[in-house]
Design a protein around this ligand. Structure first.
Ligand SMILES: *[C@@H]1O[C@H](CO)[C@@H](O)[C@H](O)[C@H]1NC(C)=O
Ligand SMILES: *[C@@H]1O[C@H](CO)[C@@H](O)[C@H](O)[C@H]1NC(C)=O
Ligand SMILES: *[C@@H]1O[C@H](CO)[C@@H](O)[C@H](O)[C@H]1NC(C)=O
Length: 464
C-alpha cells in the first residue's frame, strides 16, 4: 500500500500517540470447534531423574513453574518415553525371550528413569493426561537388530525377519508397560509406538510410514482391549514435521485403521503447522516442538528468534487456530545442568530455577484454558493479532490474544449467548519481568474491552 504524505503523517501521529482502533469481535457460546486436551512437556531420557535428584526447594520450584496454575504454567499433559534399551533401568524387556512366542521375562524397577516420580508429582497438581510413547521396539524385535538407527518392527508390511513376526510381542510389551503404571496409580491415557519414524538417528529410533504403522495398529488395539485397557487411546505417529504427518495420516485413513486410533500426533521440526490435516474427525496434537539450536534464553521478545517467548506464543496460537490442535507439548520441561540450550522451558543449575519466556507463552493458554475446553467459532479480526475464544467446562469463557506486531491494539469482545458479569485479564510482554502480570479488562454493555500491547499476549477470563 502506498500512503499519501497526509495519510503517512496521520499514521505517524496516531502511532506516536499510542492510539489504536478498537476492533469489534464476537464469539459464539454455542457454536463450538475442537476440544482442548491441554499443554505439556516430557522429561524423557533421564531428565526426570535429574529433576528428582535436586534438593527439595529447587525441585518444588521447578514443579510449580510447570504445573501450578497460580505461579506457573498450569500444564496438564505429561509425555513419557517407553524405553527400548538393553538394560533393565531403560526397558521392561531388555533381553530377548528367544522367539516371538517365547515367554517374555519383564522387569519393573518402579522408577522408569524418574518418570514415575514425575508423573506422580504432576498428578498432585491435578494432571490426568499421560501420553506414553515408545521411540522404538527393542532391538531384537527389529529388522536391524538394535533399538537405534532406524530399522522396522519385524512383521509390518514389507518387512520380515528370520526370527519371526514380533508384532504381537511388541503389543504385549506395551500393554505390560501400561499395567506397570496402573500398579503405580498412574492411568496412561494415550499410548504411541513411534517417534519420528521418518527419521533415522543414533538414539532409539524405528522407521515406519502410514501403511506400515497400519499393519501393527489392529494388533496393538486388540491387545490393549484384551488386557482390560480399552480406555487407552492410541496415538500415531509423531512424525518429524507437519507435512510428513499429513502424508502418514492420509495412508492411515486409507488403510482403514481410523476406528482404532484416538489421536493423530505430529512434531514440528521438519515443518511447522500451516493449516489443517484431514484427520476425518480425529483430534490432532503437536506432541513435540522445541528450539533445539539456540543457547538458553529467557527473552520474551527481541528479534523473533526461535528461543523467544513470543515466537512460541505465535506457534501455539497458530497451532490452535490454524491447525485445529487439541494439545501442544513442548519437548522438555525442567533441565538440570544440561547443555544450556532452549529445548526446555525451565533451567536449573541445581540451586537457582529460571523460567523462560517460552514457559509464559504456554502459561497464557494452559493456566486458563483447562482440559475439556471447547474452542468457539468467532468473527472479527485485529491487525497482527491471532486470537481465539474458548469455553471451559465450568462455563467460563477465555480469550487469548497474541499480538506479534509493533503497535498496541484494542479489542471489544462480545460472546453471543453469554453475558459476563466479571472479567479478569493477564498480560506478558517485555515489561512484565519474566512473568505474567495482570491486565485491566472493562465490561461495557456485555462486551469485554481490553488493550493488547505491542509484542504481547493478553488473556481474558469472563465469568458470570
Ligand atoms: C501453587 O502455588 C500456590 C502459591 O505458592 C500454593 O499456595 C499452592 O499450594 C500451589 N498449588 C499446588 C497444587 O501445589
Ligand atoms: C478439528 O478437529 C476436530 C476433532 O478434534 C474435528 O471434529 C474437526 O472436524 C476438525 N476441524 C477441521 C476444520 O479440521
Ligand atoms: C525486549 O527485551 C529484550 C531483552 O530481553 C531486548 O533485546 C529487546 O530490544 C526488547 N524489545 C522491545 C520491543 O522492547
Amino acid at each position: 500500500m502506498r500512503l499519501t504524505s497526509f495519510q503517512h503523517a496521520a499514521n505517524v501521529a496516531l502511532f506516536a500517540a499510542g492510539v489504536s482502533c478498537q476492533s469489534s469481535l464476537t464469539a459464539s457460546y454455542s457454536n463450538t470447534l475442537q476440544t482442548i486436551t491441554g499443554f505439556g512437556v516430557s522429561q524423557a531420557f533421564g531428565r526426570a531423574q535429574e529433576f528428582y535428584n535436586m534438593s527439595p526447594t529447587p525441585r518444588q520450584k521447578g514443579l510449580d513453574y510447570l504445573f501450578n496454575t497460580t505461579t506457573g504454567a498450569g500444564l496438564t499433559i505429561v509425555r513419557n518415553r517407553v524405553g527400548s534399551g538393553t538394560v533393565a533401568s531403560d526397558s521392561i524387556l531388555p533381553t530377548s525371550p528367544g522367539c516371538p512366542t517365547c515367554q517374555p521375562s519383564y522387569s519393573w524397577d518402579g522408577v522408569d528413569r524418574g518418570q514415575v516420580w514425575f508423573s506422580k508429582a504432576a498428578q498432585s497438581y491435578g494432571v490426568k493426561t499421560f501420553y506414553a510413547d515408545a521411540w522404538s521396539a527393542p532391538g531384537f524385535m527389529k529388522t536391524n537388530g538394535v533399538e537405534t538407527n532406524g530399522g522396522y518392527l519385524c512383521g509390518v508390511t514389507g518387512h520380515t525377519c528370520s526370527s519371526g513376526d514380533w508384532r504381537q510381542a511388541f503389543a504385549n510389551m506395551l500393554a505390560q508397560y501400561v499395567k506397570y503404571y496402573q500398579q503405580e496409580g498412574i492411568a496412561i491415557t494415550h499410548l504411541g509406538f513411534l517417534n519420528e519414524p521418518d527419521y533415522t538417528t543414533s538414539y532409539s529410533s524405528m522407521q515406519s510410514n502410514g501403511k506400515e504403522a497400519a499393519s501393527f495398529i489392529p494388533t496393538l488395539r486388540n491387545t490393549l482391549n484384551n488386557n482390560g485397557l480399552s480406555s487407552v487411546q492410541l496415538a500415531c505417529c509423531d512424525a518429524m514435521g507437519w507435512s510428513s504427518q499429513r502424508t502418514i495420516t492420509t495412508d492411515l485413513l486409507s488403510s482403514g485403521v481410523q476406528g482404532q486410533l484416538g489421536v493423530i500426533t505430529s512434531h514440528t521440526y521438519g515443518s511447522d503447522v500451516d493449516g489443517t490435516i484431514n484427520t476425518n474427525g480425529l483430534p490432532i496434537w503437536v506432541t513435540e516442538a522445541a528450539d533445539l539450536n539456540s543457547a538458553w534464553c529467557t527473552t520474551w521478545y527481541s528479534n523473533g528468534g526461535l528461543c523467544e517467548g513470543l515466537t512460541w506464543a505465535k506457534r501455539i496460537a497458530t497451532g490452535i487456530v490454524t491447525g485445529n490442535l487439541s494439545a501442544y507439548i513442548y519437548w522438555q520441561g525442567v533441565e538440570v545442568n544440561q547443555f544450556q540450550a532452549s529445548s526446555y522451558l525451565v533451567a536449573s543449575d541445581g540451586t537457582n530455577v529460571t523460567p523462560s519466556g517460552r514457559l509464559w507463552a504456554f502459561a497464557m493458554w494452559s493456566r486458563y484454558v483447562r482440559p475439556g475446553a471447547l474452542r468457539l467459532s468467532t468473527t472479527g479480526a485485529i491487525t497482527n493479532v491471532i486470537w481465539a475464544a474458548l469455553r471451559n467446562t465450568d462455563g467460563s469463557v477465555v480469550a487469548v490474544f497474541t499480538n506479534t506486531g509493533g503497535s498496541a491494539q484494542s479489542a471489544s469482545l462480545k460472546i453471543d449467548g453469554y453475558t459476563p458479569n466479571r472479567a479478569s485479564g493477564w498480560v506478558v510482554n517485555n515489561n512484565t519481568g519474566n512473568n505474567i502480570a495482570s491486565q485491566s479488562v472493562s465490561l461495557s454493555g456485555g462486551a469485554a474491552v481490553v488493550s493488547i500491547p505491542a509484542y504481547s499476549v493478553v488473556t481474558v477470563v469472563l465469568n458470570q
